[in-house]
Ligand binder design. Structure first.
Ligand code: PLP
Length: 400
């Protein structure tokens, strides 16, 4: 273990919070202004308008001073009533936590799951959702809730296919999507995909520190909110949407995070979202090539739904992934994501999202490789040349 403070920057390669670009950190350091004063409304209007371009929606996006969990709760309490039946899909730890939250609120949740734990290695199965909705001839199911990018496993589900499944079953259930770690890393289209509530957070693809989260809503979701009876006050959309029309919030917004949001929205929109997605996909592919060269397994078993945000790396039998992570943290000052829930100790996660470039990824892979060797893992070979060759041969949009 290093016994002095290590020189150089810490490598924060967990799948969120992601490292914030210097531009964003500087923006956040401006003095806090009066959130009821004239200057503030300019900032309010700007972020409320630009965030819509990221969700690809013309509808209101509600910004909460809260972590993603708050926005999960807001989505449910605004649209549903006690005892309402909702179906959720078991893709991993975050889907499981959202289900628990729904149960705590007094909803009747049902988990659709692939057999034999395969759900934690695959995406949402639209066919299973369609079949379940077809059985529900009385339309008791009020919402279908799915996670777009399952951060615990590194799987990005096909949300349009879920929309099509609901439509094919001719079912009126609302579609709610957690894109907390997917937004601004993987393509996302709130309006085009017919999502009723999209939930996201600041600390992943948006590259901000944790502390704000979002509900993008559809007209159908807003209509449902007029009859929903779960208790709500702080989370209530109506008052926020009304006050937002003036550029302000009903209670104190986190002003400095909104400065940071304005800056990151400028950065993302200057780059262009297609390039943002291509950048993430390219780093993810380089990472996966390294994992394969190590002779290790990727947690996501379906190549069609690999996550551009993170890669889950399965450890060989008998190796505790958290011991490997600890060695890497202590020796190389590199933070990696722990295995969560059912895969605790069995895998670790490399985040390649947000403010991460080729050399950040290469350093991360080098840290992983050295740490795994120190942990006594027999690798099939070095992963570094595989990743380097891919990054050299495939410049992506960088040279365009
Ligand atoms: N959903 C997903 C997919 C997440 O990745 C996370 C956090 O990592 C959450 C929900 C919970 O968000 P928060 O920890 O910001 O409350």
């Amino acid at each position: 273990k290093l016994d002095q403070h290590p020189a150089g920057r810490h490598f924060l390669q967990i799948p969120g919070p992601s490292p914030s670009p210097d531009r964003v950190l500087r923006a956040m350091s401006y003095p806090t202004i009066d959130h009821r004063g004239p200057e503030f409304a300019k900032l309010g209007f700007k972020v409320l308008s630009d965030i819509k371009k990221i969700f690809k929606t013309e509808q209101p996006v509600i910004i909460y001073p809260a972590s993603g969990t708050g926005a999960w709760e807001a989505a449910l309490v605004n649209t549903l009533s006690a005892g309402d039946h909702v179906i959720m899909f078991e893709t991993g730890h975050f889907a499981t936590l959202w289900k628990k939250l729904a149960d705590n609120l007094g909803l009747k949740s049902e988990f659709l799951a692939m057999p034999d734990g395969q759900g934690w290695r695959n995406g949402v199965q639209p066919g299973m959702i369609e079949a379940r909705l077809r059985e529900d001839t009385e339309h008791k199911i009020k919402a279908v809730c799915v996670v777009h990018n399952e951060t615990s496993t590194g799987v990005t589900s096909d949300i349009l296919a879920v929309r099509k499944a609901i439509d094919a079953a001719k079912h009126p259930a609302l579609l709610m999507v957690d894109t907390i770690s997917g937004l601004a890393c993987a393509d996302y289209r709130h309006d085009e995909w017919g999502v009723d509530v999209s939930i996201s957070g600041s600390q992943k693809g948006l590259m901000l520190p944790p502390g704000i989260s979002f509900n993008a809503v559809s007209p159908k979701a807003v209509a449902a909110s007029e009859h929903a009876r779960l208790p709500k006050s702080y989370w209530g959309w109506k008052e926020i949407i009304d006050v937002n029309k003036t550029g302000y919030w009903p209670s104190t917004p986190n002003t400095n995070l909104l400065y940071a949001l304005a800056e990151c929205l400028d950065m993302l929109l200057e780059e262009g979202m297609d390039k943002v997605f291509a950048r993430h996909n390219r780093l993810a592919e380089a990472c996966r090539r390294a994992v394969r060269a190590w002779g290790l397994e990727i947690q996501c078993a379906d190549t069609a739904v690999y996550s551009p945000v993170l890669t889950g790396i399965v450890m060989p039998e008998g190796i505790d992934a958290d011991v490997v992570r600890k060695i890497i943290y202590e020796r190389f000052d590199l933070s990696l994501g722990t295995g969560l829930g059912k895969v605790k100790g069995k895998m670790f996660r490399i985040g390649h999202l947000g403010d991460c470039n080729d050399l950040t990824l290469m350093a991360t892979l080098a840290g992983c490789e050295m740490g795994m060797q120190l942990a006594g893992i027999k690798l099939a070979g070095s992963g570094l040349p595989a990743a380097m060759n891919y990054l050299c041969e495939y410049p992506g949009g960088l040279l365009a």
